[in-house]
Design a protein around this ligand. Structure first.
Ligand code: ZN
Length: 319
């Protein structure tokens, strides 16, 4: 029996074909940045068929498709996915995707799917309780508790990026204030850099952005600015790591997870330096002493979400 996993990112749509625990084929395509919601599903269908082609299998062998999507997933619907065109208002993605793909669909939040992937064959292997965080444009996360994905009462669990670390703090892209993402999400960091420049601070961030041909300050831009001794970039990264550290420690105090896996953007670019500083930001805020939680670098990158989505579909599909 085959299952297909789809990770729907703001930049790329990653698909893979799974048989048992083995990946047989994969494909990646650019996520459309304009158009209506069905256009995105056309690209999902194309990426699914490309992955099946690489795996040398047919659609009628696929028992189910798992889709990891941004936004909050409730009963086959998704809402609040601001990085995908025309996906902000809640709609019935599972039914729409099933009609388009011709296969039963299991939806999950992309953070949950990535946590399932890292738990199965990445940095979270062997843990019973895991928090997996992806620091990118936003800050996504997923939970494994007692060996199982934990999606909460209706599917809203795992929103680590919107846990509040500063009361009445900076405005978050979600519209609320003081969330982890308001300090550590790349989109929020870019806004903060723009505000600082408007207030008279100097920085090479936007020069580097232009040199690298980017539309906005990406994590590569922040890393290059840091390497050139840019004070604003260093300040924003300090604030981001501090917010992540306080948020992670609070989550660990609540849940006593075995491991916290962090991947994406700045953490990948900065490597060990990022993790040494993050560990230092977490440690003083941990209640349980001596601390037992492990901080790990994510191992699967963009594949984590697609693998997790395929595993969720496999485990939900009739055998
Ligand atoms: Zn928020």
């Amino acid at each position: 029996m085959l299952t297909v996993g789809v990770d729907l990112g703001g930049a790329n749509i990653q698909t893979l074909v799974l048989e048992g625990d083995e990946t047989l084929g994969s494909a990646r395509m650019k996520t459309p940045t304009q158009g209506d919601r069905t256009l995105v599903l056309d690209v999902v269908a194309a990426a699914l068929h490309a992955a099946l082609g690489e795996a040398d299998h047919e659609l009628d062998e696929v028992a189910a498709v798992g889709i990891g999507t941004p936004g909050v997933v409730i009963d086959g619907t998704v809402g609040g996915a601001s990085n995908i065109p025309d996906w902000y208002d809640r709609f019935g993605l599972a039914d729409l995707a099933r009609d388009k793909l011709g296969v039963p669909v299991r939806l999950a939040n992309d953070g949950t799917a990535a946590a399932v992937g890292e738990h199965h064959s990445g940095a979270g292997r062997g843990t019973d309780h895991l928090l997996a965080i992806t620091v990118g444009t936003g800050v996504g996360a997923g939970l494994i508790l007692n060996g199982q994905p934990y999606e909460g009462g209706v599917g809203g669990a795992g929103e680590f990026g919107h846990t509040v670390v500063v009361q009445d703090g900076a405005v978050c892209p979600c519209g609320r204030r003081g969330c982890v993402e308001a300090y550590a999400g790349r989109r929020a960091m870019a806004f903060a850099a723009e505000r600082a420049v408007a207030a008279g601070r100097s920085t090479v961030l936007f020069d580097i952005q232009e040199e690298l041909g980017q539309q906005r300050p990406t994590s590569a831009v922040f890393k290059a600015a840091l390497d050139r001794g840019d004070e604003l970039a260093a300040d924003l990264i300090d604030v981001a790591i501090s917010a992540l550290g306080v948020g992670i420690a609070s989550a660990v105090n609540l849940l006593d997870v075995d491991a916290v896996v962090v991947g994406g953007g700045l953490s990948d670019r900065m490597g060990d330096a990022f993790f040494i500083r993050l560990e230092a930001a977490i440690r003083p805020n941990l209640f349980l002493q001596p601390p037992r939680v492990r901080l790990e670098r994510a191992q699967l990158g963009d594949y984590a979400g697609a693998l997790g989505a395929a595993l969720l579909a496999r485990d939900a599909a009739p055998r």
